[in-house]
Design a protein around this ligand. Structure first.
Ligand SMILES: [Zn+2]
Length: 73
């Protein structure tokens, strides 16, 4: 026998994403804008110059192209 009950579950979800370089809105649930972007996360290790620092960046395709071109120089 399976016994069921209704439960309200609170859930967190992403509603908007902004580019951390140009500040353009690149993702939103409201108007169904879903431009692709790159998400970068890093927690710096013990003893590094950024010991324990956590970084998180979302970057639109246009800004990523500029960063990528810079890295290839
Ligand atoms: Zn951008």
């Amino acid at each position: 026998m399976v016994k069921k009950e209704m439960r309200l579950v609170e859930r967190e979800f992403v509603t908007d994403v902004y580019c951390d370089v140009c500040k353009k809105r690149i993702h939103t649930e409201l108007d169904k804008l879903h431009e692709d972007y790159i998400h970068i996360e890093k927690k710096w290790g013990y003893g590094s110059k950024n010991d324990g620092k956590e970084c998180s960046y979302d970057i639109c395709e246009d800004c990523w192209a500029k960063i990528e071109a810079f890295m290839k120089k």
